[in-house]
Design a binder for this molecule. Structure first.
Ligand SMILES: [Zn+2]
Length: 140
């Protein structure tokens, strides 16, 4: 299914900032429990979604609250120094996320964003993943 051999795949993933993080591993465990086939970091899709359920055209992003600016989340604090730098960086991150998600939607994908702070509750994440999949029809 996955066209890259394991060695190249791990090199690819190591290059990408923040991949294979603990929050991501949690979501993978949950996805395994659900028992549906998924793929990781598909490079041919906008934003390289962290998980993809190809049969349902469902793309899942596991976002760190700080870097991706989770609204009203205490983890999305603003550093006390170099505020202009951080502000510009955060705005660019958020704009990139928005662009990538819009591109996925335009390609007929459904996008689900899971925030790092929500992953403490694995059963609720499992419910949300199942609900998203239940709403979608298998594409073949
Ligand atoms: Zn958060």
């Amino acid at each position: 299914m996955d066209k890259l051999d394991p060695e190249r795949r791990s090199q690819n993933m190591a290059r990408v900032h923040g991949k294979n993080t603990e929050p991501e591993m949690r979501v993978r465990r949950i996805a395994h429990r659900i028992g549906l086939r998924f793929r990781l970091h598909r490079a041919d899709l906008p934003g390289r979604p962290d998980l993809v359920f190809p049969r349902y055209r469902l793309a899942v992003f596991v976002h760190g609250c700080f870097w991706h600016r989770h609204t009203d989340c205490s983890r999305a604090s603003m550093p006390a120094t170099r505020r202009e730098f951080w502000k510009a960086k955060f705005e660019a991150n958020v704009a990139r996320d928005r662009t990538q998600q819009a591109a996925l939607l335009a390609l007929g994908w459904t996008v689900l964003v899971l925030w790092e702070c929500e992953l403490k509750d694995e059963s609720s994440i499992e419910k949300r993943l199942r609900a998203a999949i239940d709403r979608l029809c298998p594409s073949n």
